[in-house]
Design a protein around this ligand. Structure first.
Ligand SMILES: C[C@H](O)[C@H](O)CC(=O)C(=O)O
Ligand SMILES: [Mg+2]
Length: 390
């Protein structure tokens, strides 16, 4: 039976959740990490000081005409809730749940005059993910089955956090650390970056992957110098070295990087058009975030394009939303797990405490559960508000 969409609702929550930078107290994720704002000394120590956590979490709920509810969470907060309620809901209510392509296209085209990237695409992604969750629940199938079924039995993970040495003990295949010092911190910062890497290499031995996440903080010259010196310590990849708009810089960095070191980026890129530009730079791995790049509907297109280009797709974070995708693609051979424990020493579900039943890797592996939709539920104990309605 074909179901229609009865109602769309948007909520916000604060603290942790899908806005995983919205942590309180000490957390490695906010401890002197290099960013584009590191050029300004007063914003170096904490990313929250420049507002990395201003958005908060957006929860999108979509209810079908039989009362079944699909939902998703992403980073977009109150702005996203406004966009859903005041603009996007009109393209969903009354449409068939299966109208995924038309709904996506209408959301994208109708927001072009203020959208294309950033929070608007995060919001469109949230709606798309909630629709997939709803479709899975209505069909009593996991989302990965809607995407063509798994190509492997379980996922393999690397961990992102301050403690790759602990990640190694926990069974991950590699550890990605945040780069802490940017170009404005000069030679001393460069030395500290290299010392940290050398120390971690010493702890984990030769074969364990070590990567640096540069979170858009560098320029081409600094990246090339860091890459060549980091190659001596076996750095596996250098991630998001440059601002996302500098496609020409990524092409140059790829040309000048040491042989064998992978250049990766893409978590702040969106849509097939943005990723087409990125693929033309010849970076080695693209890292779309399914909650930000346009959702599953768009990620399918991005991934097919990357596959034809011979480029791996290793989605950024995004927990169950990327797990259901990655398990269906041969050109996504492994996954990221973001360590949300404050010192990155224990496994904590990425969107904790917002979701119930959020699966986590055990010994670096995960069999994606076959529960309907994305297989998670909203935790009723987390307070959420509906700031707008239509
Ligand atoms: C650790 C990074 O700075 C950021 O917080 C997360 C990220 O970019 C990633 O997981 O990749
Ligand atoms: Mg990253």
């Amino acid at each position: 039976m074909k179901h229609k969409i009865a109602q769309v609702r948007a909520y916000t929550t604060r603290g942790k959740g899908a806005d995983y930078h919205d942590q309180s107290g000490y957390h490695w994720i906010d401890d002197h990490i290099a960013t584009p704002m590191s050029a300004y000394p007063e914003f170096r120590q904490s990313r929250q000081s420049f507002g990395i956590n201003v958005l908060g979490t957006l929860v999108v709920e979509i209810e079908a005409d039989d009362g079944t509810v699909g939902f998703s969470v992403t980073t977009a907060g109150e702005i996203g809730a406004w966009i859903v309620e005041k603009h996007l809901a009109r393209f969903l209510e009354g449409a068939y749940v299966t109208d995924l392509e038309r709904i996506w296209d209408q959301m994208y085209r109708s927001t072009l005059f203020y959208g294309r990237r950033g929070v608007v695409l995060n919001t469109i992604s949230g709606v798309d993910l909630a629709l997939y969750d709803l479709l899975g629940k209505l069909r009593d199938e996991p989302v990965y089955a809607l995407l063509g079924g798994p190509v492997r039995d379980e996922l393999t993970f690397y961990a992102t956090g301050a403690r790759p040495d602990i990640a190694q003990q926990l069974g991950f295949i590699g550890g990605k650390m945040p780069l802490q010092h940017g170009p404005a911190e000069g030679e001393e910062g460069m030395r500290k970056n290299l010392e940290k890497l050398a120390d971690m290499r010493e702890r984990v031995g030769e074969d364990f992957w070590l990567m640096y996440d540069c979170w858009m903080s560098l320029d081409v010259d600094y990246s090339v110098r860091l890459a060549h010196r980091a190659a001596e310590h076996g750095l596996r990849w250098m991630e998001e070295a440059l601002i996302p708009d500098d496609y020409w810089g990524y092409a140059e960095l790829k040309r000048r990087a040491p042989e064998g070191m992978l250049i990766t980026t893409g978590e702040h890129e969106a849509t097939r058009w943005g990723f087409r530009q990125l693929l033309e730079t010849e970076v080695d791995i693209i890292q779309p975030d399914v909650g930000w790049c346009g959702g599953i509907t768009e990620l399918l297109k991005i991934s097919a394009m990357a596959d034809a280009h011979g480029t791996m797709v290793v989605p950024h974070g995004s927990s169950v939303y990327s797990y259901h995708f990655v398990v269906t693609r041969t050109n996504s051979p492994f996954s990221e797990f973001l360590m949300m424990h404050e010192t990155a020493e224990e496994i904590v579900p990425m969107f904790s405490p917002l979701l119930l039943n959020e699966p986590v890797p055990e010994n670096g592996k995960l069999k994606v559960p076959d529960t309907p939709g994305f297989g998670v539920e909203l935790n009723p104990d987390v307070e959420r508000i509906r700031p707008y309605s239509h």
